[in-house]
Design a protein around this ligand. Structure first.
Ligand SMILES: NC(=O)c1ccc[n+]([C@@H]2O[C@H](COP(=O)([O-])OP(=O)(O)OC[C@H]3O[C@@H](n4cnc5c(N)ncnc54)[C@H](OP(=O)(O)O)[C@@H]3O)[C@@H](O)[C@H]2O)c1
Length: 334
């Protein structure tokens, strides 16, 4: 097997660990690390612990012990070179005597941003980056978006009829989709640090906005755009008003890496119009309301011509019971 293929195979192992840490590491990046010996055998592996806990590299090196000397570490994200709540991982790697460090993507955090690889090179360690970069970038998108823009990765999730309605004329929207799709939406909440709805949805539906059916160590922050009516079941931790861009800045400052927006029509229309959505998740039910008086996916003025319509790419299509889940992104990923 060529060394490039072997690098990819071992980075894929580190990705598995990275994925497993997804829901516990935030607001830190969910990193995976695999340490292999000089002849390529896996000696240790690790994934980021909850905030304040050990980083992936440290855990993998501890598992490998003295045998890490002369080996290679595969890390999904560039190792940190600064002292945060834990000592720099670059020091741990150099101290263990590894010969080579391969990472998936560079860390855009201003504290790292190339300094990790530079520190390793300074310690005489061979470095490489960009291995399985596409897959690593996809997994770490919320963290990378947050560090690049200061704002969360925004996922807009809406359940719609096949004729593009969020609710019927009377405002009722329960339930458009079946149980399988609704349970899947709880997985999306579990992946998110905060869940946001508009005050209109609170007034109409009074959603709980909690993760159910999925085990999570902590519930996402519940955010209402506008003022929630007193006595509503949802107990928002935060009620934010004003320009949605300012709202995203505020959530970014609070360490929200992924924000799940769950409607309604006005909030969705506003975020879409302002180009603030990173990923659209549509649950489409085999149901038609007919007519033109149901609640549209996006309220407000739309594109005046077909030529100016928003065009994206389909990231994935999945069948969930009787419904479909379609994930979309802008052609130029933000
Ligand atoms: N199918 C689905 O997935 C789904 C999901 C959610 C909701 N829904 C349905 O959608 C309907 C509710 O949608 P909606 O359009 O009436 O309400 P909405 O989008 O949930 O909330 C709109 C309200 O949010 C507040 N707000 C504050 N800042 C805003 C901003 N920058 N842009 C827009 N709104 C802002 C305003 O409250 P104030 O007026 O108090 O200022 C505004 O009236 C209901 O029928 C509900 O059942 C369906």
């Amino acid at each position: 097997m060529s060394s490039t293929l072997r690098d990819e195979e071992l980075m894929a192992e580190a990705l598995k660990d990275s994925r497993a840490a997804r829901r516990r590491a935030s607001p830190n990046p969910w990193v995976g690390c695999v340490v292999v010996g000089p002849s390529g055998e896996i000696l240790g592996r690790g994934a980021t612990e909850p905030p304040g806990g050990a980083h992936a590299e440290v855990l993998a090196l501890a598992m490998a012990g003295a045998r890490a000397k002369g080996g290679t570490a595969y890390v999904t994200l560039e190792p940190c070179a600064h002292r945060g709540r834990t000592p720099p991982c670059t020091e741990a790697l150099a101290g263990a005597g590894v010969r080579r460090v391969v990472c998936g993507v560079l860390d855009p955090d201003p504290n790292v941003s190339g300094a990790g690889l530079a520190a390793l090179a300074g310690a005489g360690i061979e470095t490489a980056s960009g291995v399985l970069a596409g897959a690593v970038e996809e997994l770490l998108r919320p963290y990378l978006t947050h560090r690049r823009s200061g704002r969360p990765f925004v996922v807009l999730k809406l359940a719609a009829t096949m004729d593009g309605r969020l609710a019927a004329r009377d405002g009722s929207s329960r339930w458009i989709t079946g149980e399988t799709a609704r349970r899947d939406a709880h997985e999306l909440r579990a992946d998110s640090d905060a869940v946001l709805v508009g005050a209109g949805t609170v007034r109409r539906d009074d959603p709980e906005l909690t993760v159910r059916f999925v085990d999570v160590a902590r519930q996402p922050l519940r955010v209402v755009l506008g003022e929630a009516t007193a006595g509503a079941r949802v107990q928002p931790a935060l009620e934010l008003t004003g320009d949605p861009r300012g709202v995203l800045d505020e959530l970014g400052r609070r360490g929200v890496l992924q924000l799940l927006v769950e409607g309604g029509s006005r909030v969705a229309g506003e975020l879409h119009r302002l180009g603030l959505v990173n990923r659209y998740v549509f649950y489409l039910a085999p149901c038609l309301l007919g007519g033109s008086d149901g609640v549209p996916l996006f309220a407000g003025e739309g594109s005046p011509t077909m030529a100016e319509a928003w065009r994206g790419r389909i990231v994935s299509v999945e069948r969930l019971g009787e419904d479909l889940r379609v994930d979309l992104e802008a052609l130029q990923a933000r």
